[in-house]
Design a binder for this molecule. Structure first.
Ligand SMILES: NC(=O)c1ccc[n+]([C@@H]2O[C@H](COP(=O)([O-])OP(=O)(O)OC[C@H]3O[C@@H](n4cnc5c(N)ncnc54)[C@H](O)[C@@H]3O)[C@@H](O)[C@H]2O)c1
Length: 318
């Protein structure tokens, strides 16, 4: 059994990771500044350190007794990263450098990092494999790529065993038995919660219905958060030897925005108010992961459907 430092463990994905790790018998320390996370999402069985990734001495203290790290903490809004690129460099890149420095000083060498499909930019191919050239088109994607590169360097120089998991669109929620852990982002930018929140007075904006796809709306790859965390726990268990590897996590197939809306309408039994807006700069028509590497290296394939992602997100909604 491990003692895992979960940075960002009060956030959407990190809180579900912490719960699943505890359920599997591991010890967990959560490190979070609650800037976008929620105190009520923190499992009472975990040790909690409320501090910023920019505070290296707090990170060192939190690391003591841990033997591994799952690093979810950071900023993840593309629009905000365009408005405040320095903030993203500071928290995502310098904060991650602090995590690695604290690991080194405390003798911790295993880390799983939340990377992102944003590192790939606007690929013209689909599905996208890990050897596709990373050309991020916004500061958020640049910071994720920089941390992937940093992990590669530090694996060689400091002997870290590291895996970057590049998520596509994460959705769904988890019922702990006493409460739902889900996406409680504010502002919310992800499609499935936005579909569920749409009202006549605040309709869902569909950015373009003239894309070169069968129904004209963009196609994206969605993965259930519980499937995603299962891949993390496997990846962590496999970290033995120094080195760094990058693995995509998605479903390997895509759904158009219209297909997501139709699936939600079926589940909710009502229509979803929508409004067609112009295309957003930087949006590719299709963004779908190749998950061959995850299947091969982690023996992992997602098992939860788009319908269960929508259903669980609906049940978790506050
Ligand atoms: N949600 C997705 O679809 C998605 C897709 C790709 C990658 N990711 C990555 O996964 C990770 C988790 O995403 P999420 O959706 O759970 O986001 P989230 O905002 O819900 O969680 C991030 C957590 O990090 C904490 N945090 C932020 N800045 C911090 C700092 N300076 N010090 C300490 N803690 C800090 C926040 O308080 C929050 O609890 C992020 O790194 C994100 O970039 C998410």
């Amino acid at each position: 059994m491990s003692h895992v430092l979960v940075t960002g463990g009060a956030g959407y994905i990190g809180s579900i990771a912490a719960f699943q790790l505890l359920e599997a018998g591991h010890d967990v320390t959560i490190f979070d500044d609650l800037s976008t996370g929620h105190l009520e999402s923190i499992d009472s069985r975990a040790r909690f350190v409320e501090a910023s990734l920019l505070d290296i001495s707090k990170l060192r203290g939190a690391m003591s007794g841990c033997d591994s790290v799952m690093h979810f903490g950071g900023k993840s809004l593309v629009g905000e990263s365009v408005a405040k690129p320095e903030l993203y460099m500071q928290i995502n890149v310098e904060g991650s450098r602090n995590v690695l420095d604290a690991m080194k000083s405390e003798g911790v060498s295993r880390i799983v990092f939340s990377s992102s499909a944003a590192t790939y930019g606007e690929p013209s191919a689909a599905p996208i494999s890990e050897d596709y050239e990373a050309l991020p088109t916004n500061p958020y994607g640049v910071t994720k790529l920089r941390v992937d590169e940093l992990l590669s360097e530090r694996a060689t120089v400091d002997g870290f065993a590291a895996t970057s998991l590049r998520y596509f669109n994460v959705a769904g929620a988890l019922n702990t038995g006493s409460k739902w852990l889900g996406e409680f982002h504010n502002p919310e930018t992800h499609l499935i919660p936005k579909v569920l929140q749409a009202t006549v007075s605040n309709p869902l904006k569909v950015f373009g219905n003239d894309w070169p796809t069968p129904d004209g709306t963009c196609i994206r790859d969605y993965v259930h958060v519980v499937d995603l965390i299962e891949a993390h726990i496997t990846a962590l268990g496999q970290l033995v030897n120094p080195g760094h590897c990058i693995i995509n996590l998605g479903s390997g197939s895509g759904y158009s925005v219209q297909e997501v809306i139709s699936a939600a309408e079926k589940i909710l039994g009502r229509s979803i108010p929508t409004e067609i807006d112009s295309r957003r700069a930087g949006d590719p028509a299709v963004l779908v992961a190749s998950i061959e590497k995850a299947q091969k290296e982690l023996n992992w394939s997602p098992t939860r459907s788009l319908e269960s992602m929508i259903q669980d997100s609906h049940k978790a909604a506050r």
